[in-house]
Design a protein around this ligand. Structure first.
Ligand code: ADP
Ligand code: GLC
Length: 483
């Protein structure tokens, strides 16, 4: 089975969120099962810098307004191809936004080019290699199956994965002629969505199979509450839509071998966790106190994440002798609010605004609990990292959070299956109750230790889900052979 992944992020080359973690890890898991996977991403400056020398596969004199090269490199076991189009990707700023925080004005062209490239490989192949399946991720690659279905002759089948339906790649209709698609694709059967050009919509309407990153989210997005306008399209395509849970890269996220940590530890030898907590408190300027309940957040500060309901509760966390650390960035107002709260509670509350991969590891390792009060969460990875590192997850009951954490209610505790705390409704009141339960559980050392250990023993790797993706690819390839 040959599969081409196409995406806008891939850890450790470029990352703004969980998409990068998935695209960096799932291909390796699939390769481990005998699948021949290549990954295509844009050659942003950070990517070129980290890759160094590459092999040139192909040259394009004019790809969406400029010269481009397709390059290849084996990177830590990933068979990587990068689309090096300097006029589209070679600039300071983020993958999607300029340094002033606004979206790049030519994002439609930047990601149409990426999608077109994936379709080209899915049709003609490259380097003597043609995939059976092109697996595209999120709106940035939504045009891939649209381009492919406009090609004649043998071509790859397509899978499109929704990592977050709230980001849709919606552009002015005046951009349509720049995409190089036949006019009929600007229709309800193509990329048109409420008189605009919708990249995500294009992917949802045209891919052979759709997946999203948890079974619960697969159901939620067919409702008006979670569908962000796409619920109608998704209901129509319900038979093609599958929910497959994300896993974590167990090599990177393992407290036994994580070289970033102050001390290694595991479920069966948890002693080192205390040392990580001590060091974290020191780094953050928190009071050195092995017994204080240290609660953490590692997150984008976006509406999705529900972190606007937490600030009013932090006073009482500090008053109860608890500690809190937040690492995140995003909404300016929230960043400032959290900074102010930290300034008012030195020694108990620490806030780090920004993006810091090593600090994220230290927090998972040093914290006792991790809060994820998301309004919606397609899968969520931080609760899985929390489980692995013994930071007990406190999560809203939605999407992948609902699917991965078992609430420590009476029955689950008695049966020995609980792994964290769930609460419903993202309100300060509900989160406040969840925090009370957290303090109570933490005070009961025996129950707490068992809860933490059970979390650390959960199977959260990619093995099972990689199998599910493989089954999906096989069903597609078999059906095309049959048809
Ligand atoms: P999302 O993709 O919606 O942001 P996920 O939970 O799937 O949510 O993935 C978030 C990823 O980004 C995790 O790997 C998490 O550790 C990381 N992350 C989020 N915010 C930060 C930050 N400020 N610094 C470092 N890592 C972060
Ligand atoms: C998105 C979602 C997150 C998911 C990640 C990887 O960014 O917000 O829930 O874990 O993609 O699939």
């Amino acid at each position: 089975m040959r599969v081409l992944f196409v995406a806008s992020e891939c850890f450790p080359l470029v990352k703004t969120g969980g998409l990068a973690d998935v695209v960096g890890a799932l291909p390796l898991a699939l390769a481990g099962k005998g699948c021949d996977v290549r990954v295509l991403i844009p050659a942003y400056p950070s990517v070129k810098e980290k890759l160094g020398e590459t092999e040139e596969l192909y040259y394009y004199a004019d790809l969406f307004g400029g010269m481009a090269w397709l390059r290849r490199k084996d990177f830590g076991g990933l068979d990587l191809m990068v689309l090096d189009a300097p006029h589209l990707y070679e600039r300071d700023g983020g993958p999607y936004t300029a340094p002033d925080g606004n979206d790049w004005g030519d994002n439609h062209r930047r990601f149409a080019a990426l999608s077109w490239m994936a379709a080209e490989i899915g049709h003609l192949g490259i380097d003597g290699w043609r995939p059976d399946v092109v697996h595209a991720h999120d709106w940035q690659t939504g045009l891939t199956p649209i381009y492919l279905r406009n090609r004649h002759g043998a071509r790859a089948r397509t899978v499109f994965t929704i990592h977050n339906i709230a980001y849709q790649g919606s552009f002015d209709p005046a951009t349509f002629p720049e995409l190089g698609l036949p006019g009929h694709e600007f229709s309800h059967d193509g990329v048109e969505f409420y008189h605009r050009v919708g990249f995500l919509k294009g992917g949802l309407i045209s891919a052979d199979r759709l997946t999203t990153v948890s079974p619960t989210y697969a159901r939620e997005i067919r409702t008006a509450e979670f569908g962000y306008g796409m619920e109608g399209v998704l209901r129509m395509r319900a038979d093609a839509l599958h929910g497959i849970l994300n896993g974590v890269d167990e090599k990177i996220w393992d407290p036994k071998t994580d070289r970033l940590l102050a001390a290694p530890y595991s479920a069966f030898k948890p002693e080192g966790k205390a040392e990580n907590k001590r060091v974290l408190q020191e780094i953050l300027g928190l009071k050195a106190d092995p017994d204080a309940l240290l609660i953490s957040v590692v997150s984008r500060l976006a509406y999705q994440k529900g972190l606007d309901v937490l600030p009013g509760l932090l006073e009482s966390v500090a008053a109860r002798g608890g500690q809190f650390v937040m690492l995140g960035s995003g909404d300016r107002h929230l960043e400032n609010l959290y900074r102010e709260i930290a300034a008012q509670h030195p020694g108990s509350i620490a806030v780090r605004i920004g993006y810091d991969e090593p600090l994220a590891h230290w927090i998972y390792a040093g914290a006792d609990a991790i809060l994820i009060p998301s309004r919606f969460e397609p899968c969520g990875l931080t609760q899985l990292y929390g489980l692995r590192y013994g930071a007990v997850p406190v999560v809203a009951r939605t999407g992948g959070l609902a699917d991965t954490i078992i609430d420590a209610n009476e029955v689950a505790l008695r049966d020995g299956v609980a792994t964290g705390i769930q609460f419903a409704h993202v309100t300060a009141e509900a989160l406040g109750f969840a925090l009370e339960r957290l303090f109570e559980l933490y005070a009961d050392k025996e129950t707490w230790t068992a809860l933490r250990k059970r979390g650390m023993c959960q199977q959260v790797g990619w093995d099972r889900s990689a199998e599910d993706y493989l089954d999906l690819y096989r069903s597609l390839v078999d059906s095309s052979a049959a048809g």
